[in-house]
Design a protein around this ligand. Sequence first.
Ligand SMILES: Cc1ncc(COP(=O)(O)O)c(C=O)c1O
Length: 381
Amino acid sequence: MDPRLGTPSLDRLRKRTSEKWRAYPPDVLPAFVAEMDFDLAAPIVAAVTAALAAGDCGYAYKGELGDAFTAFAEKRLNWSPDPSRVFAIPDVMTGIVVMIQALTPPGAGIVINPPVYQPFFYRLRFADRRVVEAPLRRADDGRYDLDLEALDRALAGEGVHAYLLCSPHNPAGRVWSRHDLASVADICLRRGVMLLVDEIHAPLALPGAHHVPFGSLDHEMTTRSITFSSASKAFNIPGLKCGVAVAGSAEYAAAASERWEALQGGQVGVLASVAAFTEALPWLDAALAQLDENRSLLSRLLAEQLPDVRYVPPEASFLAWLDCRELGLGDDPAQAFLDRGRVALSPGPGFGVPGLGFARLNMGTSPELMAEAVRRMAAAV
Ligand SMILES: Cc1ncc(COP(=O)(O)O)c(C=O)c1O
């Protein structure tokens, strides 16, 4: 492994005290929640250390965050958002929910594409919004696509005000094409809904894939969109509580400005995110190379030890969506992997009905620990 990523041995990792390392007893190998086992990028450690040494832990100030994110987006995503339209948020889900509450009425229908990131369901419900499902289409080869007809039908429904698109998609691992996004934009415009785009996994597009930021499209719908991103997933700092919302219009920017207090993130997270976006790109490249290797290694490991599990390597990020229906482990195979193999995956049913019989494996680790996870899964079968 690249030395910048460290050597994630279990002895070292068990010194961590985050949820990943304490949710299960010590004999369980955790491969569920979406955080990586790599060491942090040195510029992030330096920024956080300097903040602590200076007692710089007060209320967050956006400071250089807008410029830092814009510079990152220009360099890595071929997108030039206006820094004044970039807002600091505590995390992507809070940003999404606060903006949905600002811009849609109570009880509004919000369309999502299951199987999809679990909090899309319950955070919208907690916010008194109605989840309207337009499931992804799954081809025989296991690859997912947007089902534009289902999306159109869902957006035409009574009381539907918005579409929450996950791009790249967790857990399907898809990076949507410019053509996909333009089709989505046409449908949203026709149906008169606003669009919230969760691009938290965008910096983790893997070799061969090209993420297109929705805001970079030349389409009227960009002014009716808000994009959410973060350094938290790509640079592995979700505990520092900082993300960004990029408002597509002055109206949306004003709504975000007005809610500055609800959207205030962590001061140390802002500083760490600035360091990540501006100084940690070599670390990100090292992480991407490792994740690319891991997704191929997983294909080989599954072919050898669990040939009945179907897996399409993701085009972005470090989450493997595993079709375990042939294993005969019921609706929630993660439970059997946990009980009998002592390895914790994310249960597929949490991602919606299309997740029954599936489980999600976290590949953001060393090849050795990934091999150990597969060995334990195979032992459970
Ligand atoms: C699609 C998606 N959105 C949001 C999040 C969570 O981000 P945050 O902690 O910034 O809310 C995740 C975490 O895995 C995710 O996969």
